[in-house]
Ligand binder design. Structure first.
Ligand SMILES: Cc1ncc(COP(=O)(O)O)c(C=O)c1O
Ligand SMILES: [Zn+2]
Length: 429
């Protein structure tokens, strides 16, 4: 695991101060592998076994009514997140509570009885990353970090610089230098420093791990490195919202994109918490993971029956998912296998087709990551691996305006004419 190579920052907050309410119901960090517990702090790897740390909670009683009375943002679930009670009143991006679209047209076209699209393009910076960053900003404030940073495949950089601007923090974010123009514009327009690194995302991530160990970056909050346990919790809100918007029901099947795999593992955690808290009825659900063929290390391991992921060098138009060495890949494999789901991938051509299919049937313009999930959904249905009669949800995690080039080649006016009815008649016939 790449993160294990970095020197581990020691926890700076004692259990006593952690319990003063700044982390809401969170009580500790816990190793996902060996269960060792640590005080809440800017730590991310277990000192005993190098396993990833995640937030552990002591939830009080949480009711549907209490949640429904909250704001139309992720903060309606603050009782289930590592944030203080008054978080909604602080300057932040208030992401979430995005639309769940009943996608009847697409369902008919694919031969499904019930399909919803969870459309996270409606977030403030137009991707699901606003959810995770909002939680990381709270952690950064708690730990006294004044600079917010990240390694990003594009969407995260924009989410971090925007959130830092609003929270009054400095930002310095790192991306592969060859990203789409829209992602570069969105990551620089909010201010802060944007650094392009010559290399892949995995090179950027390695660089950031080195930077944390250096005095230059040791007091920075890297949302997806030393703040990762907190950041990752933001993805649970996708599970909560989907269940609440379905009338407090977990869907039978869900298709989720995978880059590092963090989002998918936290959607599973979110469903499990809702069941444990009695907020939804316990029922089986299947989680399907979606990758682009040009960066499909998790899918390759799944198909080969392996438990370990062999890193790859990404080559795909789905740049937001182009992580060749996914930190949470093994957990994605576990979850897909345990829930009776699968991991599948689609080619760049299938991604473009799927973007167009979703736009044509439902009026939703997805970025390439949405093309990956819809493409995988289509493939799984065609191969009889998804139950066509079961309630299905597919995620669109980003806005098509961010990856215009994917479809720009085929996009042109039906005709260009002078403003004359005769000319219009001649071309429209
Ligand atoms: C639009 C979009 N969807 C999905 C993902 C996957 O996120 P994760 O790294 O949590 O698997 C990313 C990651 O950058 C993304 O930008
Ligand atoms: Zn451990």
């Amino acid at each position: 695991m790449a993160l294990a190579e970095t020197e581990i920052p020691t926890a700076s907050v004692s259990a006593d101060t952690a319990l003063d309410g700044r982390f809401g119901p969170a009580v500790a960090l816990s190793c996902r592998e060996c269960g060792t517990r640590y005080d809440l702090g800017p730590s991310f790897a277990c000192i005993e076994c190098f396993g990833p740390l995640e937030v552990a909670y002591d939830f009080g009683r949480v009711t549907r009514e209490q949640i429904a009375a909250g704001p139309a943002s992720i903060w309606r679930y603050r009782a289930l997140l590592p944030v203080p009670d008054g978080v909604a009143a602080r300057p932040n991006m208030a992401p979430g509570w995005t639309r769940l679209v009943n996608a009847g047209n697409l369902a008919r076209e694919l031969g499904l009885r019930s399909l919803h699209v969870k459309d996270d393009s409606g977030n403030p910076t137009h991707s699901f990353k606003d959810r995770v960053v909002a939680i990381a900003v709270e952690a950064a404030r708690n730990f006294g970090f004044h600079t917010l940073s990240c390694s990003s495949t594009g969407n995260l950089a924009g989410a971090v610089t925007a959130a830092a601007a609003r929270a009054g923090l400095d930002a310095c974010v790192f991306i592969p230098a060859d990203l789409e123009q829209a992602k570069i514009v969105m990551a620089s327009v909010y201010g802060g420093r944007l650094v392009g690194i010559e290399g892949t995302y995995d090179d950027v991530n390695r660089f950031c791990s080195e930077l944390i160990g250096d005095e230059l970056g040791e007091r920075w909050g890297f949302v997806n490195v030393n703040l990762r346990p907190y950041y990752a919790e933001g993805s649970k809100t996708l599970a909560y919202e989907i269940a609440e918007q379905l009338g407090w029901r977990i869907p039978d099947q869900i298709v989720v994109p995978v880059a590092s795999g963090s989002q998918l593992t936290k959607i599973d955690k979110g469903f499990k918490e809702l069941i444990a808290l009695g907020l939804v009825e316990e029922r089986p659900y299947r989680i399907f993971a979606a990758q682009a063929e040009g960066c499909s290390p998790v899918s390759a391991a799944y198909k080969a029956g392996h438990d370990v992921i062999r890193p790859v060098r990404p080559e795909t138009i789905a740049k937001s998912l182009a992580i060749g060495n996914p930190a949470d890949g093994p957990y994605v494999l576990d979850i897909a296998r345990r829930t009776g789901g699968a991991v599948e991938d689609v080619t760049d051509a299938e991604i473009v087709d799927a973007i167009r299919l979703l736009a044509r049937t439902e009026g939703i313009f997805a970025e390439t990551a949405g093309g990956v999930t819809v493409g995988v959904l289509r493939k799984l249905v065609a191969e009889g691996r998804l139950d066509p009669d079961a309630e299905t949800v597919v995620l669109n995690t980003g806005d098509g305006l961010k990856t215009l080039d994917a479809v720009a080649g085929e996009a042109r006016p039906t005709a260009v004419i002078r403003p004359s009815l005769d000319e219009f008649r001649s071309v429209i016939a």
